[in-house]
Design a protein around this ligand. Structure first.
Ligand code: ZN
Length: 152
């Protein structure tokens, strides 16, 4: 069966994710936003570069998994919509849907304002509570020992 996204090549798993001209354009727009520039468009290298890494709760690790998961979800949904409903959406439409999905999920997290979180909030445009920032600053100041006169 021909791929419904590009209508050129045969539909295989590795073609859809993300060697297809359509899905590759999508994935390549998302990669820099997830700091995944070093990862290719090949399924096996994405798996080893994103999901086979130890699950750490660092913001970029979370964003990379969300971007990957949402990309698979929406590419497969697009393929099925074309197959069943003959509806076609442009790459830009899927891109916006994925960005909004990831943003909504990240907004739901309870994030501390680390440098990574501040950088991610700039790229993904999610708010960091000013209150949280303030609390962290107070905690940091409380952690300093102002009464230690022993500088040896
Ligand atoms: Zn294709």
């Amino acid at each position: 069966m021909k791929c419904l996204l590009c209508m050129v090549e045969n539909e295989t798993h590795s073609h859809l994710f993300f060697n297809c001209a359509y899905s590759r354009r999508l994935w390549e727009r998302l990669k820099p936003m997830a700091l995944l520039n070093s990862i290719s468009n090949n399924w096996a290298s994405i798996i080893s570069g994103v999901t086979n890494r130890p699950a750490v709760n660092k913001i970029w690790s979370v964003i990379q998994r969300l971007v990957f998961g949402a990309s698979i979800y929406f590419v497969w949904q697009e393929r099925n919509m074309r197959y069943h409903q003959h509806k076609v959406r442009e790459v830009d439409v899927l891109f916006d849907l994925i960005v909004e999905t990831v943003r909504m999920k990240v907004r739901g997290l309870n994030l501390k304002s680390t440098n990574d979180v501040i950088k991610a909030s700039g790229i993904w445009n999610f708010p960091i509570s000013k209150n949280v920032k303030y609390q962290d600053t107070v905690k940091e100041l409380n952690g300093l020992n102002f009464f230690n006169d022993d500088h040896s």
